[in-house]
Ligand binder design. Structure first.
Ligand code: NAD
Length: 295
């Protein structure tokens, strides 16, 4: 299949590379030259513009930072909707506001296209390994059409419901993840301040009732887990500012429905403080540093 893939960042690049490995003809585009060069080096076809990537594409996949990028790319005057032939499959994998996902999907349907919101979970490790979880919103027939592409990039492909529902699931999941990462960091800091070896403490909690995904694959304490961003200066991974965005989306959804989310609000404030202290581009597990002992 000929695919246009827009947004070759920490997540998009390995996802697009997995589509190439599955035998698809993938034309990638990103604003950053380094991303284009990395994609070409991995066997992908680099495009000089969005329009060039879209030429002849049967499907378009986007992996962009936030709502405003997705809106601009799809709905702009020279946007994707204005350029692709009727019936093109459009899959947005970015994490964005559910309301924006519904707005873009409605415009796509009006223009005769088929659109899915398909945000992911699993981090850069899952993107590289092709084991991402996809939470997909859209019509059932559209979901079935998109499934083979998603299976080349992920292991668990869920149909969440109508347009925007993939984003709603993602927002709930990431609010919980932000809380869990802050909570795990706090527990580790408490143990270390009281003389514990973080490796021993992590091993025990991993086999006890405090067990969670951050302890399993993403320990925030440097040195405990060789492959985790914490052991690599908190570089790459899932940025603090992206987590802050997701926690903001959770608060918007909470306000809109009058749902009490006090822990989500607290987590958002913690990541906001951390970002404002200049750490927005570090991996989100660096929230561990915000909780350093003051003793
Ligand atoms: P990133 O910042 O590494 O990558 C985004 C890329 O989009 C950048 O390379 C940027 O140059 C490019 N871009 C922006 N506007 C563009 C445009 N108009 N045309 C072409 N390229 C454009 O971000 P990421 O970590 O890859 O995250 C992407 C999305 O995936 C975000 O919505 C994020 O919330 C979500 N997500 C990230 C992770 C993770 O672990 N990093 C996990 C799950 C979901």
């Amino acid at each position: 299949m000929k695919i246009a893939f827009i947004g070759l960042g920490n997540m998009g690049l390995p996802m697009a590379v997995n589509l190439v490995a599955a035998g698809h003809q993938v034309h990638g585009y990103d604003l950053a030259e380094a991303a284009l060069a990395a994609f070409a080096a991995a066997g992908g076809q680099r495009s000089g513009s969005v329009s060039q990537a879209l030429e002849g594409a049967e499907a378009v996949i986007t992996m962009l930072p936030a709502s405003r990028h997705v809106e601009a790319l799809y709905l702009g005057a020279a946007g994707v909707l204005a350029q692709v032939p009727v019936g093109t499959l459009l899959v947005d994998c970015s994490t964005i506001a559910p309301a924006v996902a519904r707005k873009v999907a409605a415009a796509a349907a009006e223009a005769g296209h088929i659109m899915l919101d398909a945000p992911v979970s699993g981090g850069t490790g899952g993107a590289k390994a092709g084991t991402l979880t996809f939470m997909v919103g859209g019509e059932a027939a559209a979901f079935e059409r998109g499934r083979p592409l998603l299976e080349a990039m992920g292991k668990n492909i869920f149909h969440a419901g109508g347009c925007g529902s993939g984003q709603t699931v993602k927002v709930c999941n990431n609010m919980l993840l932000g809380i869990l990462m802050a909570g795990t960091s706090e527990a580790l800091r408490l143990g270390i301040a009281n003389g514990m070896d973080p490796q021993v403490l992590s091993d025990v909690m991993l086999r006890s009732s405090g067990r969670n995904w951050t302890l399993e694959v993403y320990n925030p304490c440097p040195g405990v887990m060789a492959q985790a961003p914490a052991s690599h200066g908190y570089a790459d991974g899932f940025g603090v500012d992206l987590m802050l965005k997701d926690l903001g989306l959770a608060q918007e959804s909470a306000l809109a429905t009058g749902t009490p989310t006090p822990l989500g609000a607290l987590a958002r404030n913690l990541y906001d403080l951390h970002s404002k202290a200049g750490h927005g581009r570090l991996d989100f597990s660096s929230i561990y540093n915000l909780l350093a002992s003051q003793a």
